[in-house]
Structures are given as C-alpha cells and as structure tokens.
Design a protein around this ligand. Structure first.
Ligand SMILES: N[C@@H](CCC(=O)N[C@@H](CS)C(=O)NCC(=O)O)C(=O)O
Length: 309
C-alpha cells in the first residue's frame, strides 16, 4: 500500500481527529509538519490553494477536509468501521454538528480567555501572537463569532447533552464502539483539555471526562516524520489513481470543464483545475503544479462550492 502522508501540526484539533482514527484503525502513517499560519508553500503546491489543516496525500492524490479523509481511511481499512450501517446516518450527522457547531463554540470559548490562549500558543512571542491573530482574522472572514458568554453557556449545555448520551455505562456516543461521531466530538473537547486554564469546565460532565480518557487511550499508532520536500517529490513521481465513480451532476457542470472548488464556510481559497470527478459525496480536480507535478485534489460535497470558470 502507498504511504499515507499526513500534513498537519500538533496543536490542530481536526488533525487530532484523524491521528486518532489512524490509531483506531492501526494504520501506519507519515507525518509532515506544516506551519499553523500562512504561508504554507509546500502544502499549497499540493492542494492548489486550499490551506486548511489537515490534508492527506496518497501519492499524487490529495484529500482535503477530515470528512473526506475519514471516508478514504474507511475505504482503505474498513474494520474497525467508523460508520456501522445501523447508525451511519446518525453518526455522520452528529459528526457534522461537532465539526461545525461544537468546534465553533469551543474556539471562541478558549480564545476569549487570555490565559487559555497562552497555553494553546505556549511560548509564542508577542510578534508571533500578533501574526497568528492576523492570520486567523483573515481566515475567518465575515463568519459570525460568539461572545465569551454565549460560547460558555452553549458549551455547558452541549456538555450536559453529551454527558447524558454517555450515562448508564454507555462506552461511546452511539454504542459500544467508537464511530465517526466520537472522533469529531473528541477533537473539539481535546482542544478544551489542552487549554488547561479553562479545561475544568469538563469536570461538570463526568461521563464525558471518562470517555475522553478512553478516546485518548486509542493513541495515534506508528508514524515517522517526513520532510515536506519529500512529500512533494513523491507527488511529482507518482500518477493519480484511476477514477471509477458514477458521475452525479448537481451543478450543471460536465466532467472535463475548468472549474474552481472552494469551501463555503471559512478559509475560502479556491482550487482551480479540470473537473475529473463528481461522485455522490466527492468532487475532484486535476491540476499541474511546477513543484508537485500533476495531482488530483479531492473534496467532500458538503461545505464545498463548484463553479465553472
Ligand atoms: N472542515 C475542515 C476544517 C479544518 C479546520 O478548520 N482546520 C483548522 C485547524 S484545526 C485550520 O485549518 N486552521 C487554519 C490553518 O491551519 O491554517 C476539516 O474537516 O478538515
């Protein structure tokens, strides 16, 4: 099997979601560390502009967004499964809630408290803190932001709900085994735990606290460091995998057209290329880059906009 090359940084919650899925599925992976703020030249050479973290690379195929990355890992290693058929719809929908609503409650909860920012950005100089704040202001754009009071009150309510789901000896959110929803809720609350000064809010939810321990125990499985330049060289010397998925046209755009694909929530940088895949739940473009060669960049359907150039 070709290497699973994972572009991420340690302090990234969405990366922790996928690192823990590597752990659950016992998949070995290569770790390429990327900067937490722009510019990220080695990453954007591969993606064509998408800058969010993390990204999965398999040869010359580049997978953006953790909803898609989790699907890809499930295809490669179907057991243990992230989407048990009897709860798959519920699991995906709960995961989507966690990756959007819960995540964007946790972020303002943490970042509205200066002491917590210190522990998240540990050791950053005032200049680095300023650069981080400027980067994230642009990244968020006009997306609405919660006040500290709203974020705290909402997080308390979400913790009560999650605690109720884990009461009466329930080991995981939707059953006896973890599913995709557990990994999505986990990465958000892992970030709260990392912000030590404000992490005691989780003490109010003792079942959640115990479940966080079970999720952390899954670990990240084995991984070796890989320099970003080597990942680019692998892309350059590989060919994208053959595409074999029925075409589903919801945009009125044919395969072979020049298009852009961009997130619709935040970090809206578009990726330009030839549309080579529009499947039920996946879009992909082929593009040629001076550094990465010819690559196919893949996105999930949900949260992405396709436009003809
Ligand atoms: N929907 C995306 C969200 C990813 C996301 O927001 N990642 C954060 C880091 S955890 C990010 O990209 N922050 C800005 C950056 O790393 O440049 C996914 O599931 O992958």
């Amino acid at each position: 099997m070709p290497d699973l090359i994972f572009h991420h940084y340690h302090n990234s919650p969405f990366s922790e979601k996928i690192r823990t899925i590597f752990g659950y599925k016992k998949l070995p992976w290569k770790s390429v560390l990327i900067p937490a703020i722009m510019p990220k030249p080695n990453l954007t050479a591969l993606t064509g502009g998408y800058r969010k973290t993390p990204v999965l690379q398999i040869g010359a195929d580049i997978y953006c967004d953790t909803a898609l990355i989790a699907n890809v890992l499930e295809r490669i290693a179907p057991t243990p499964g992230l989407y048990p058929p009897e709860i798959a719809g519920m699991a995906r929908t709960l995961a989507q809630w966690a990756d959007s609503t819960l995540f964007w409650t946790v972020i303002p909860y943490i970042f509205s408290q200066p002491a917590a920012i210190q522990s998240i950005l540990g050791g950053a100089t005032p200049e680095q803190m300023k650069a981080f704040a400027a980067d994230r202001a642009g990244f968020r754009g006009n997306a609405p932001r919660m006040s500290a009071g709203e974020a705290t009150g909402s997080l308390l309510e979400y913790l009560r709900r999650l605690d109720g789901m884990l009461a009466d000896g329930k080991q995981y959110l939707l059953g006896a085994q973890p599913c995709i929803a557990d990994f999505s809720v986990y990465h958000c609350l892992w970030f709260v735990q990392k912000a030590k000064e404000v992490a005691s809010i989780i003490d109010r939810a003792p079942h959640v606290q115990a479940w966080l321990g079970r999720m952390a125990a899954i670990g990240h499985h084995s991984h070796d460091a890989m320099p970003g330049e080597q990942a680019l060289e692998i892309a350059r010397s590989s060919s994208p995998a053959a595409i074999d998925a029925p075409f589903v046209d919801t945009f009125g755009i044919a395969l072979g057209e020049q298009v852009t694909i961009a997130p619709t929530d935040y970090g809206l940088d578009p990726v330009e290329g030839e549309l080579v895949m529009a499947a039920e739940n996946e879009l992909a473009v082929r593009r040629t880059d001076p550094q990465a060669g010819t690559v196919v960049v893949h996105f999930p359907r949900i949260g992405f906009q396709l436009k003809k150039i």
